[in-house]
Design a protein around this ligand. Structure first.
Ligand code: FMN
Length: 488
């Protein structure tokens, strides 16, 4: 099980740390919280202790409360309160609150947890905290933990725009990055102070994505996903569409983001919120989706076509609303181009994944038809949906997918959440570039045990973990679609 220490500093964004603890725990990450005193003005240690089910460290030097060295367990407001009495190890004396912490004098497990952590995440990181750590000041439990540790650190700053842009803060951030610290930059939006600008802490999901990348190794590359169901207009208010919710495409985008891809999603109509931290490109029709794909796909390493593109569109889209009340209406349909096949010949060096929905016949016949599609469209992988089971329908949260690879392999994924199915799909593909474990980006100090050898080749040692989105590739928006980042 991965172990993360979550440092919480005194920003209004500290309320988001509760959600972070919940997300980490749900993702199977053991989380130990260390707070600054200022942070306790914004969220109580008891809240975080309860959510993490572990003691929370606040004070570096806790008041002696017992007659002997060790832990005393008492009850406070329905939660357990643990205090360290006498300690001859200043680094290990602390006041901790709540959780199922140590109950004997044999050791101070929460400090051990910080020593054994795989990663320290500071969210929110205040201007004050960044300044202290950059300058080697350790006058509280969190700054001391950070200075005493050799594990990778991920800072998620939150502050007013003018603070974030202040030369002193810029210099501190630069200094920390040069020493190997990683950052999830704050986003732009309305700030708690009522102003608008950069400084808002990244959303917990995005931070979890960065944490997953740091814990599991980074897969750099650009992933283009299509999602949702296209809408083919009959007139300005009516259209032909399908029941696609966009959940599978968004799950692929989310899983790709968590694996470290820069993700762009071209999406038609959806009925589910998009993931954060990916670039969204809304379109309506199959034609718009085709235009977007033709403009963009050359810039991507991996294309996953999860959208339900209408096979047919009305021959004519009427410019004005057709009158209602007619006894019958005839709509002539013409086939839409096959978007995946239309990109054939332009996809050299890129991995392409298609989705197939086969109805009727035996499972073996459906697999055979999907395999024919794989060959005709020149894909590397086809994910065959099973629409006949009630647990793998459009709009549902689970799916049963069969993966058919170009080299002839077939892999049944069984019943999985759409996210897990997407993860398995992406995990089964070759990485576009070599996986570089991020732990190697952090310089190790003499005497400290390096987890992996520091890489001298990797220029990303000083890089901020990139936000998802192909920022290095200015791309033309397609007709009818404007590019926007998922809401933060
Ligand atoms: C209501 C309020 C909100 C604050 N929000 C922030 C913030 O978002 N970022 C920041 O750097 N400081 C913020 N501060 C100032 C810090 O709390 C202050 O600098 C404090 O000393 C930080 O202590 P710490 O770094 O030990 O947590 C805020 C202060 C108040 C009163």
């Amino acid at each position: 099980m991965a172990r993360v220490v979550l440092g919480v500093a005194g920003s209004i964004a500290a309320y988001k740390s509760a959600e972070l603890v919940r997300l980490f725990t749900k993702a199977g990450i053991e989380v130990t919280v260390v707070m600054t005193r200022a942070a306790t003005e914004f969220i109580t240690p008891l809240t975080l202790a309860t959510l993490s089910n572990r003691p929370v460290t606040v004070e570096q030097f806790g008041p002696p409360v017992g007659p002997t060295a060790g832990w005393e367990l008492s009850d406070s407001s329905g939660g357990a309160v643990l205090r360290v009495a006498e300690s001859d190890r200043p680094m290990e004396s602390a006041t901790v609150v709540g959780g199922e912490g140590p109950r004997s004098a044999s050791g101070i497990e929460h400090i051990r947890a910080t020593r054994e952590a795989d990663l320290i995440v500071v969210a929110p990181a205040t201007a004050n905290l960044l300044g202290k750590v950059a300058n080697g000041i350790c006058d509280d439990a969190l700054s001391t933990t950070l200075l005493a540790s050799t594990v990778p650190v991920l800072f998620c700053p939150a502050m007013n725009t003018r603070m974030w842009e202040h030369p002193a803060v810029r210099a501190n951030v630069r200094q920390l990055m040069e020493r190997g610290a990683q950052f999830v930059d704050p986003g732009t939006g309305e700030l708690a102070c009522g102003e608008y600008g950069a400084g808002r802490m990244a959303e917990p999901e995005e931070i979890l994505g960065a944490v997953r990348r740091l814990l599991s190794g980074v897969r750099r590359g650009r992933l283009l996903v299509t999602a949702g169901g296209t809408e083919e207009p009959i007139d300005p208010v009516r259209c032909i569409s399908n029941r696609s919710s966009g959940k599978m495409g968004f799950a692929v985008a989310e899983a790709g983001r968590d694996l470290g891809y820069d993700v762009t999603v071209i999406h038609a109509a959806t009925s589910t919120p998009p993931p954060s931290g990916v670039t969204l490109l809304p379109v309506r029709t199959a034609e718009e989706m085709g235009n977007a794909l033709h403009h963009l796909h050359a810039d991507f390493d991996l294309l996953v076509m999860a959208a339900a593109v209408a096979d047919y569109r009305p021959r004519r889209a009427h410019a004005v609303k057709l009158p209602s009340g007619e006894a019958s209406m005839r709509v002539d349909l013409v086939p839409n181009p096959d978007l995946l096949a239309s990109l054939r010949g332009q996809r050299e060096g890129k991995l392409t994944v298609g989705f197939a929905l086969e109805w009727g016949g035996t499972p073996r016949e459906r697999v055979a038809r999907a395999r024919r599609k794989l060959q005709e469209k020149g894909c590397d992988l086809i994910a065959l949906n099973n629409p006949l089971e009630s647990d793998s329908q459009f709009g549902g949260d689970t799916n049963r997918i069969t993966l058919l690879y170009a080299d002839g392999r077939t892999r049944e994924l069984g019943l999985l959440s759409k996210y897990d199915a997407a993860r398995a799909l992406l995990d089964g593909l070759p990485a576009p570039r070599p996986i570089a474990p991020v732990l190697s980006l952090v310089p190790t100090t003499a005497g400290a045990k390096p987890k992996t050898k520091p890489s001298t080749k990797n220029p990303r040692r000083t890089a901020t973990p990139r936000r998802s989105g192909p920022s290095a590739n200015p791309q033309k928006p397609p007709r009818g679609g404007s590019r926007k980042k998922a809401p933060r």
